[in-house]
Design a binder for this molecule. Structure first.
Ligand code: NAD
Ligand code: UFG
Length: 335
Protein backbone atom coordinates (compact mmCIF):
# COMPACT_ATOMS: atom_id res chain seq x y z
CA UNK A 1 0.00 0.00 0.00
CA UNK A 2 1.32 3.42 -0.93
CA UNK A 3 1.79 5.67 2.12
CA UNK A 4 0.55 9.21 1.46
CA UNK A 5 1.27 12.06 3.85
CA UNK A 6 -1.94 14.05 4.30
CA UNK A 7 -1.19 17.35 6.01
CA UNK A 8 -4.38 18.90 7.38
CA UNK A 9 -6.07 15.51 7.00
CA UNK A 10 -8.34 16.07 10.01
CA UNK A 11 -10.01 19.07 8.36
CA UNK A 12 -13.10 19.33 6.18
CA UNK A 13 -11.69 18.37 2.78
CA UNK A 14 -8.82 16.33 4.25
CA UNK A 15 -11.05 13.98 6.26
CA UNK A 16 -13.24 13.15 3.24
CA UNK A 17 -10.13 12.62 1.15
CA UNK A 18 -8.68 10.24 3.76
CA UNK A 19 -11.83 8.12 3.47
CA UNK A 20 -11.51 7.99 -0.33
CA UNK A 21 -7.79 7.17 -0.11
CA UNK A 22 -8.44 4.27 2.27
CA UNK A 23 -11.19 2.97 0.03
CA UNK A 24 -8.87 3.22 -2.99
CA UNK A 25 -6.14 1.15 -1.28
CA UNK A 26 -3.77 3.93 -0.19
CA UNK A 27 -2.39 4.25 3.36
CA UNK A 28 -2.95 7.86 4.42
CA UNK A 29 -0.72 9.26 7.18
CA UNK A 30 -2.58 12.22 8.66
CA UNK A 31 -0.38 15.02 10.00
CA UNK A 32 -2.38 17.81 11.61
CA UNK A 33 -1.89 20.23 14.51
CA UNK A 34 -5.67 20.32 15.21
CA UNK A 35 -5.78 24.13 15.08
CA UNK A 36 -9.06 23.90 13.16
CA UNK A 37 -10.20 20.31 13.77
CA UNK A 38 -10.93 17.73 16.43
CA UNK A 39 -9.78 14.15 17.08
CA UNK A 40 -13.47 13.09 17.00
CA UNK A 41 -13.05 13.09 13.22
CA UNK A 42 -10.98 9.91 13.58
CA UNK A 43 -14.00 8.01 14.94
CA UNK A 44 -16.10 9.10 11.97
CA UNK A 45 -13.42 8.05 9.49
CA UNK A 46 -12.97 4.70 11.27
CA UNK A 47 -16.71 3.97 11.19
CA UNK A 48 -16.87 4.66 7.47
CA UNK A 49 -13.63 2.98 6.42
CA UNK A 50 -13.73 0.10 8.90
CA UNK A 51 -10.40 0.98 10.52
CA UNK A 52 -8.60 3.97 11.96
CA UNK A 53 -6.16 5.88 9.78
CA UNK A 54 -2.64 6.69 10.99
CA UNK A 55 -2.72 10.05 12.76
CA UNK A 56 0.21 12.12 14.03
CA UNK A 57 -0.40 15.40 15.77
CA UNK A 58 2.17 17.85 14.47
CA UNK A 59 2.76 21.18 12.81
CA UNK A 60 3.96 21.64 9.23
CA UNK A 61 6.03 24.63 10.29
CA UNK A 62 8.12 22.28 12.52
CA UNK A 63 10.89 20.57 10.55
CA UNK A 64 11.83 18.09 13.31
CA UNK A 65 8.24 16.84 13.58
CA UNK A 66 8.07 16.49 9.80
CA UNK A 67 11.35 14.55 9.74
CA UNK A 68 10.06 12.10 12.31
CA UNK A 69 7.02 11.31 10.14
CA UNK A 70 9.12 10.72 7.03
CA UNK A 71 11.42 8.49 9.12
CA UNK A 72 8.55 6.49 10.58
CA UNK A 73 6.69 5.72 7.33
CA UNK A 74 7.75 4.96 3.73
CA UNK A 75 5.95 8.00 2.31
CA UNK A 76 5.79 8.26 -1.49
CA UNK A 77 3.60 11.34 -1.98
CA UNK A 78 2.09 14.21 -0.02
CA UNK A 79 -1.27 15.95 -0.19
CA UNK A 80 -0.88 19.36 1.39
CA UNK A 81 -4.17 20.62 2.83
CA UNK A 82 -2.79 22.20 6.02
CA UNK A 83 -3.44 25.92 5.87
CA UNK A 84 -5.40 28.69 7.53
CA UNK A 85 -8.31 29.64 5.28
CA UNK A 86 -10.41 32.51 6.62
CA UNK A 87 -10.14 35.35 4.11
CA UNK A 88 -11.22 38.14 6.53
CA UNK A 89 -8.91 36.91 9.29
CA UNK A 90 -6.01 36.89 6.82
CA UNK A 91 -6.55 40.63 6.30
CA UNK A 92 -6.32 41.36 10.04
CA UNK A 93 -3.52 38.80 10.74
CA UNK A 94 -1.44 38.65 7.56
CA UNK A 95 1.82 37.54 9.18
CA UNK A 96 0.10 34.57 10.83
CA UNK A 97 -1.22 33.51 7.41
CA UNK A 98 2.13 33.89 5.64
CA UNK A 99 3.95 32.07 8.43
CA UNK A 100 1.52 29.16 8.51
CA UNK A 101 0.68 28.80 4.82
CA UNK A 102 3.98 29.78 3.20
CA UNK A 103 6.29 28.84 6.10
CA UNK A 104 4.48 25.50 6.38
CA UNK A 105 4.76 24.79 2.65
CA UNK A 106 8.49 25.62 2.63
CA UNK A 107 9.19 23.35 5.62
CA UNK A 108 7.19 20.55 4.07
CA UNK A 109 9.04 20.84 0.75
CA UNK A 110 12.42 20.91 2.49
CA UNK A 111 11.50 17.78 4.48
CA UNK A 112 10.26 16.06 1.30
CA UNK A 113 13.56 16.84 -0.40
CA UNK A 114 15.57 15.50 2.57
CA UNK A 115 13.61 12.27 2.30
CA UNK A 116 13.57 12.06 -1.52
CA UNK A 117 9.81 12.48 -1.90
CA UNK A 118 8.87 14.32 -5.08
CA UNK A 119 5.12 13.94 -5.58
CA UNK A 120 2.83 16.57 -4.12
CA UNK A 121 -0.82 17.51 -4.53
CA UNK A 122 -1.34 21.12 -3.48
CA UNK A 123 -4.64 22.62 -2.27
CA UNK A 124 -5.07 25.85 -4.16
CA UNK A 125 -8.22 27.87 -4.54
CA UNK A 126 -10.39 29.52 -7.14
CA UNK A 127 -9.72 32.69 -5.17
CA UNK A 128 -6.48 33.01 -7.20
CA UNK A 129 -8.64 34.17 -10.17
CA UNK A 130 -10.02 37.18 -8.30
CA UNK A 131 -12.63 39.10 -10.30
CA UNK A 132 -12.06 37.40 -13.64
CA UNK A 133 -13.45 39.05 -16.77
CA UNK A 134 -14.64 36.00 -18.65
CA UNK A 135 -16.69 33.14 -17.25
CA UNK A 136 -16.20 30.25 -16.90
CA UNK A 137 -12.51 30.45 -15.96
CA UNK A 138 -9.98 28.10 -17.49
CA UNK A 139 -6.59 27.30 -15.99
CA UNK A 140 -4.82 29.72 -18.32
CA UNK A 141 -6.91 32.70 -17.20
CA UNK A 142 -4.29 35.25 -16.05
CA UNK A 143 -4.05 35.68 -12.28
CA UNK A 144 -4.57 39.25 -11.06
CA UNK A 145 -2.99 40.60 -7.85
CA UNK A 146 -4.49 38.69 -4.92
CA UNK A 147 -7.48 40.18 -3.11
CA UNK A 148 -6.30 39.11 0.37
CA UNK A 149 -3.23 37.75 2.17
CA UNK A 150 -4.98 34.34 2.10
CA UNK A 151 -5.29 34.58 -1.69
CA UNK A 152 -1.69 35.61 -2.02
CA UNK A 153 -0.54 32.57 0.03
CA UNK A 154 -2.27 30.40 -2.58
CA UNK A 155 -0.75 32.28 -5.54
CA UNK A 156 2.70 32.16 -3.91
CA UNK A 157 2.34 28.49 -3.01
CA UNK A 158 1.60 27.71 -6.66
CA UNK A 159 4.57 29.81 -7.76
CA UNK A 160 7.00 28.14 -5.33
CA UNK A 161 6.01 24.71 -6.61
CA UNK A 162 6.21 25.86 -10.23
CA UNK A 163 9.69 27.27 -9.72
CA UNK A 164 11.22 24.02 -8.40
CA UNK A 165 10.88 21.17 -10.90
CA UNK A 166 12.29 18.70 -8.34
CA UNK A 167 8.70 18.54 -7.15
CA UNK A 168 6.18 16.71 -9.28
CA UNK A 169 3.13 18.82 -8.55
CA UNK A 170 -0.57 18.60 -9.17
CA UNK A 171 -2.04 21.89 -8.11
CA UNK A 172 -5.81 21.77 -7.56
CA UNK A 173 -7.85 24.95 -7.65
CA UNK A 174 -10.96 24.16 -5.63
CA UNK A 175 -14.11 26.14 -6.28
CA UNK A 176 -16.70 26.03 -3.46
CA UNK A 177 -16.76 22.65 -1.70
CA UNK A 178 -19.88 22.01 0.39
CA UNK A 179 -21.85 19.00 1.71
CA UNK A 180 -20.61 16.09 3.77
CA UNK A 181 -20.12 12.34 3.61
CA UNK A 182 -23.58 10.82 2.93
CA UNK A 183 -23.33 8.74 6.14
CA UNK A 184 -23.38 11.97 8.20
CA UNK A 185 -20.35 10.64 10.13
CA UNK A 186 -17.95 13.35 8.94
CA UNK A 187 -18.52 16.87 7.63
CA UNK A 188 -17.52 20.46 8.09
CA UNK A 189 -16.85 21.71 11.65
CA UNK A 190 -16.81 25.50 11.48
CA UNK A 191 -15.61 27.02 14.75
CA UNK A 192 -17.71 29.97 15.88
CA UNK A 193 -19.83 31.92 13.43
CA UNK A 194 -19.44 30.40 9.95
CA UNK A 195 -17.92 32.61 7.25
CA UNK A 196 -19.15 30.45 4.42
CA UNK A 197 -22.61 30.20 2.93
CA UNK A 198 -23.46 26.49 3.27
CA UNK A 199 -22.64 26.07 6.99
CA UNK A 200 -24.44 29.34 7.72
CA UNK A 201 -27.53 28.08 5.87
CA UNK A 202 -27.59 24.79 7.80
CA UNK A 203 -27.06 26.54 11.14
CA UNK A 204 -29.82 29.06 10.40
CA UNK A 205 -32.17 26.23 9.37
CA UNK A 206 -31.33 24.42 12.62
CA UNK A 207 -32.16 27.53 14.65
CA UNK A 208 -28.56 27.99 15.81
CA UNK A 209 -28.38 31.37 14.03
CA UNK A 210 -31.20 33.88 13.91
CA UNK A 211 -31.10 34.42 10.16
CA UNK A 212 -28.80 34.17 7.19
CA UNK A 213 -27.73 37.52 5.76
CA UNK A 214 -27.61 37.40 1.97
CA UNK A 215 -24.61 39.58 1.19
CA UNK A 216 -26.03 41.83 -1.51
CA UNK A 217 -28.86 41.44 -4.04
CA UNK A 218 -27.73 44.24 -6.32
CA UNK A 219 -25.08 42.36 -8.26
CA UNK A 220 -25.33 42.33 -12.07
CA UNK A 221 -26.49 38.68 -12.07
CA UNK A 222 -29.92 37.22 -13.05
CA UNK A 223 -31.35 37.42 -9.50
CA UNK A 224 -28.99 40.07 -8.12
CA UNK A 225 -27.07 37.70 -5.79
CA UNK A 226 -23.49 36.55 -6.28
CA UNK A 227 -22.74 33.44 -8.28
CA UNK A 228 -20.33 30.57 -7.44
CA UNK A 229 -19.52 27.01 -8.45
CA UNK A 230 -20.45 24.71 -5.55
CA UNK A 231 -19.18 21.15 -5.62
CA UNK A 232 -19.76 18.15 -3.38
CA UNK A 233 -16.87 17.56 -0.98
CA UNK A 234 -16.97 13.83 -1.89
CA UNK A 235 -16.42 14.67 -5.56
CA UNK A 236 -13.55 16.90 -4.49
CA UNK A 237 -12.11 14.16 -2.27
CA UNK A 238 -12.18 11.69 -5.17
CA UNK A 239 -10.23 14.13 -7.33
CA UNK A 240 -7.25 13.71 -4.97
CA UNK A 241 -7.16 9.97 -5.64
CA UNK A 242 -7.20 10.77 -9.37
CA UNK A 243 -4.38 13.30 -8.86
CA UNK A 244 -2.17 10.75 -7.07
CA UNK A 245 -2.77 8.20 -9.83
CA UNK A 246 -1.95 10.86 -12.42
CA UNK A 247 1.37 11.59 -10.65
CA UNK A 248 2.20 7.87 -10.59
CA UNK A 249 0.98 6.85 -14.00
CA UNK A 250 0.71 9.70 -16.52
CA UNK A 251 3.32 9.25 -19.23
CA UNK A 252 2.94 12.75 -20.60
CA UNK A 253 2.92 15.39 -17.94
CA UNK A 254 5.12 18.24 -16.82
CA UNK A 255 6.54 18.80 -13.35
CA UNK A 256 3.78 21.30 -12.54
CA UNK A 257 0.18 20.72 -13.59
CA UNK A 258 -2.81 22.75 -12.53
CA UNK A 259 -6.51 21.88 -12.63
CA UNK A 260 -9.78 23.60 -11.84
CA UNK A 261 -12.08 21.50 -9.68
CA UNK A 262 -15.68 22.58 -9.96
CA UNK A 263 -18.91 21.43 -11.60
CA UNK A 264 -18.99 24.14 -14.26
CA UNK A 265 -22.45 25.12 -13.01
CA UNK A 266 -23.15 28.70 -11.92
CA UNK A 267 -25.37 28.93 -8.82
CA UNK A 268 -26.51 32.12 -7.09
CA UNK A 269 -26.92 32.59 -3.34
CA UNK A 270 -30.73 32.73 -3.70
CA UNK A 271 -30.77 29.66 -5.90
CA UNK A 272 -28.79 27.70 -3.29
CA UNK A 273 -31.04 28.94 -0.50
CA UNK A 274 -34.23 27.94 -2.29
CA UNK A 275 -32.79 24.58 -3.36
CA UNK A 276 -31.94 23.89 0.30
CA UNK A 277 -35.50 24.70 1.39
CA UNK A 278 -37.01 22.54 -1.36
CA UNK A 279 -34.75 19.50 -0.89
CA UNK A 280 -34.90 19.43 2.90
CA UNK A 281 -38.43 20.76 3.34
CA UNK A 282 -37.32 23.33 5.91
CA UNK A 283 -37.36 27.12 5.73
CA UNK A 284 -34.18 29.13 6.10
CA UNK A 285 -34.76 32.45 7.87
CA UNK A 286 -32.90 35.09 5.90
CA UNK A 287 -32.65 38.78 5.18
CA UNK A 288 -30.93 40.82 2.51
CA UNK A 289 -27.88 42.74 3.68
CA UNK A 290 -25.04 44.75 2.19
CA UNK A 291 -22.38 43.25 -0.04
CA UNK A 292 -19.44 41.67 1.80
CA UNK A 293 -16.19 43.50 1.16
CA UNK A 294 -13.84 41.63 -1.14
CA UNK A 295 -16.52 39.34 -2.66
CA UNK A 296 -16.45 38.85 -6.42
CA UNK A 297 -19.66 39.00 -8.43
CA UNK A 298 -19.33 35.64 -10.10
CA UNK A 299 -16.82 32.84 -10.36
CA UNK A 300 -17.34 29.45 -11.91
CA UNK A 301 -15.09 26.86 -13.48
CA UNK A 302 -14.51 25.36 -16.80
CA UNK A 303 -13.56 21.95 -15.37
CA UNK A 304 -12.93 20.18 -18.69
CA UNK A 305 -9.14 19.92 -18.32
CA UNK A 306 -9.53 17.81 -15.16
CA UNK A 307 -11.90 15.52 -17.05
CA UNK A 308 -9.56 15.15 -20.02
CA UNK A 309 -6.34 14.65 -18.09
CA UNK A 310 -7.25 13.35 -14.61
CA UNK A 311 -10.33 11.46 -15.77
CA UNK A 312 -12.24 13.25 -13.00
CA UNK A 313 -15.64 14.89 -13.24
CA UNK A 314 -17.99 16.11 -10.48
CA UNK A 315 -20.93 13.67 -10.41
CA UNK A 316 -23.09 14.81 -7.51
CA UNK A 317 -25.87 17.39 -7.84
CA UNK A 318 -26.59 20.56 -5.86
CA UNK A 319 -29.49 18.68 -4.25
CA UNK A 320 -27.08 15.93 -3.11
CA UNK A 321 -24.77 18.56 -1.59
CA UNK A 322 -27.57 20.28 0.31
CA UNK A 323 -29.19 17.05 1.50
CA UNK A 324 -25.86 15.75 2.83
CA UNK A 325 -25.01 19.11 4.43
CA UNK A 326 -28.35 19.06 6.29
CA UNK A 327 -27.95 15.42 7.32
CA UNK A 328 -24.56 16.31 8.84
CA UNK A 329 -25.99 19.37 10.61
CA UNK A 330 -28.75 17.22 12.15
CA UNK A 331 -26.14 14.78 13.47
CA UNK A 332 -24.16 17.64 15.01
CA UNK A 333 -27.23 19.08 16.72
CA UNK A 334 -28.22 15.66 18.10
CA UNK A 335 -24.73 14.73 19.35
P1 NAD B 1 -9.88 23.01 7.37
O1 NAD B 1 -9.52 24.16 8.22
O2 NAD B 1 -11.11 22.25 7.69
O3 NAD B 1 -8.68 21.97 7.35
C1 NAD B 1 -7.33 22.37 7.42
C2 NAD B 1 -6.62 21.48 8.43
O4 NAD B 1 -5.25 21.87 8.49
C3 NAD B 1 -7.19 21.60 9.84
O5 NAD B 1 -7.47 20.32 10.36
C4 NAD B 1 -6.08 22.30 10.63
O6 NAD B 1 -6.04 21.86 11.96
C5 NAD B 1 -4.84 21.89 9.83
N1 NAD B 1 -3.72 22.82 9.91
C6 NAD B 1 -3.70 24.16 9.68
N2 NAD B 1 -2.46 24.66 9.87
C7 NAD B 1 -1.68 23.61 10.18
C8 NAD B 1 -0.28 23.47 10.48
N3 NAD B 1 0.53 24.52 10.54
N4 NAD B 1 0.19 22.23 10.73
C9 NAD B 1 -0.61 21.14 10.71
N5 NAD B 1 -1.93 21.22 10.46
C10 NAD B 1 -2.45 22.43 10.21
O7 NAD B 1 -9.88 23.52 5.87
P2 NAD B 1 -10.43 22.82 4.54
O8 NAD B 1 -11.68 23.51 4.14
O9 NAD B 1 -10.43 21.35 4.69
O10 NAD B 1 -9.31 23.30 3.52
C11 NAD B 1 -8.22 22.45 3.16
C12 NAD B 1 -7.35 23.18 2.17
O11 NAD B 1 -8.11 23.54 1.03
C13 NAD B 1 -6.73 24.47 2.68
O12 NAD B 1 -5.43 24.58 2.15
C14 NAD B 1 -7.63 25.54 2.10
O13 NAD B 1 -6.95 26.76 1.95
C15 NAD B 1 -7.99 24.92 0.77
N6 NAD B 1 -9.26 25.43 0.19
C16 NAD B 1 -10.42 25.30 0.91
C17 NAD B 1 -11.61 25.79 0.36
C18 NAD B 1 -12.92 25.69 1.12
O14 NAD B 1 -13.87 26.36 0.72
N7 NAD B 1 -13.03 24.90 2.18
C19 NAD B 1 -11.61 26.38 -0.92
C20 NAD B 1 -10.43 26.47 -1.61
C21 NAD B 1 -9.25 25.97 -1.04
N1 UFG C 1 -22.68 34.56 1.49
C1 UFG C 1 -23.81 35.15 2.00
N2 UFG C 1 -24.03 35.08 3.34
C2 UFG C 1 -23.19 34.44 4.19
C3 UFG C 1 -22.03 33.82 3.65
C4 UFG C 1 -21.80 33.91 2.30
O1 UFG C 1 -24.60 35.75 1.26
O2 UFG C 1 -23.44 34.42 5.40
C5 UFG C 1 -22.44 34.65 0.03
C6 UFG C 1 -21.13 35.34 -0.28
O3 UFG C 1 -21.31 36.73 -0.37
C7 UFG C 1 -20.77 34.71 -1.63
C8 UFG C 1 -21.36 33.30 -1.53
O4 UFG C 1 -22.31 33.35 -0.47
O5 UFG C 1 -21.41 35.38 -2.65
C9 UFG C 1 -20.34 32.24 -1.20
O6 UFG C 1 -19.61 32.66 -0.06
P1 UFG C 1 -18.58 31.72 0.71
O7 UFG C 1 -17.99 32.49 1.83
O8 UFG C 1 -19.22 30.41 1.03
O9 UFG C 1 -17.49 31.39 -0.42
P2 UFG C 1 -16.53 32.37 -1.21
O10 UFG C 1 -16.77 32.13 -2.67
O11 UFG C 1 -16.62 33.76 -0.75
O12 UFG C 1 -15.10 31.83 -0.76
C10 UFG C 1 -14.83 30.44 -0.65
C11 UFG C 1 -13.79 30.19 0.43
C12 UFG C 1 -12.48 30.79 0.03
C13 UFG C 1 -12.08 30.27 -1.29
C14 UFG C 1 -13.16 30.53 -2.31
C15 UFG C 1 -12.82 29.87 -3.61
O13 UFG C 1 -14.20 30.78 1.66
O14 UFG C 1 -11.49 30.39 0.97
O15 UFG C 1 -14.38 29.96 -1.86
O16 UFG C 1 -13.72 30.25 -4.57
F1 UFG C 1 -10.93 30.88 -1.69
Amino acid sequence: MQHVLVTGGMGFIGSHTVVCLMEAGFEPVIFDNLCNSDTKVLEGIARIAGRSPIFIQGDVTDSAQLDSVFEAYPIRSAIHFAALKAVGESVSQPLRYYRNNIGGLLELLAAMQRHSVQNIVFSSSATVYGEAEKMPVTEDTPLPPALSPYGSTKQMGERILQDDPYFQTVCLRYFNPIGAHPSGLIGELPLGIPNNLAPYVTQAAAGLREALTVFGDDYPTPDGTAVRDYLHVMDLAEAHVAALRFLDEATERSAFEVFNLGTGRAVSVKELLHAFERVNGIPVPHRIGARRQGDVTELWANPSLAEQRLGWKAERSLDDMLRDAWNWQLRLVNQ
